[in-house]
Design a protein around this ligand. Structure first.
Ligand code: FPP
Length: 239
């Protein structure tokens, strides 16, 4: 990984669990179970590579329209993995939850809050898990909190960012979506304004370290100008 520019913050849309299961004639819930294993693997890959923050889209505000049995399967998978998530504390990981988790059962809410509090002062990898998360809902939630605060007549972009679930996290540099779909699907829409988008054909349950490295290499090869122009093109104006 010499000469590779690492993204500070990677966003990952964990997509393709259902199709992975269907291809194997397995229930969709098995695809999600396999996907949650890959979620933990991917946290380790990010830590090994020295990434500062990684955010995973686990359950969107729109996912509630799925059949109740599938919603129940995803939620029980989350419940089953709460201990494993809280064990991240031992690896100096800081866990953040993005989204309105009040929609989940009280035992889940209290455990998620506990792991956030327990890891708040950790200094290693930041792992954010988006649960009942939608980018638009996040922005509306921020606006409502700003109105409640009433301390601002006007607000800067920087101040606004502090009202988002990702406050104090770096902006997303690299957004990865496996499964062949080419959409952002309401994930970190404010934070990804200048993210490099990498869409990959691999289904999430098949996602390996080599895919993460491939995406990072692709990111590193991109020419990021943030609306500016390249140094060599500035010369034209200096002559
Ligand atoms: C998208 O694939 C995946 C989801 C909506 C759920 C993702 C959830 C997990 C991986 C489990 C989360 C658990 C923890 C511990 C955080 P899809 O169902 O839309 O796949 P498809 O497009 O192939 O049908």
């Amino acid at each position: 990984m010499d000469n590779i520019i690492l993204p500070r913050h990677i966003g990952i849309i964990m997509d393709g669990n259902g199709r992975w299961a269907k291809k194997r004639l397995l229930p969709r819930s098995i695809g999600h179970a396999r996907g949650s294993k890959v979620f933990f693997d991917c946290i380790d890959y990010c830590r090994d590579l020295g990434i500062e923050a990684v955010s995973f889209y686990a359950f969107s505000t729109e996912n509630w329209i799925r059949p109740q049995k599938e919603i129940d399967a995803i939620i029980s998978l989350l419940r089953d993995n709460l201990v494993k998530i809280s064990k991240q504390a031992q690896k100096n990981t800081r866990v953040r939850i993005l989204g309105d988790i009040s929609a989940f059962d009280a035992d889940i809410v209290s455990q998620l809050k506990e792991v956030e509090e327990k890891t708040a002062n950790n200094t290693g990898l930041i792992v954010a898990v988006a649960l009942n998360y939608g980018g638009r809902a996040e922005i509306i939630n921020a606006i409502n909190n700003i109105i409640k605060d009433k301390s601002n007549d006007s607000i800067t972009e920087e101040e606004f960012s502090k009202y988002l679930y990702t406050s104090d996290m770096p902006e997303v540099d690299l957004l990865i979506r496996p499964s062949g779909e080419k959409r952002i699907s309401n994930f970190l829409i404010w934070q990804s304004a200048y993210a490099e988008l990498v869409f990959m054909d691999v289904l999430w349950p098949d996602f390996k370290k080599k895919h993460l490295i491939e995406a990072i290499k692709e990111f590193s090869s991109r020419n990021r100008r943030f609306g500016g122009i390249n140094e060599e093109d500035i010369k034209e104006y200096k002559e």
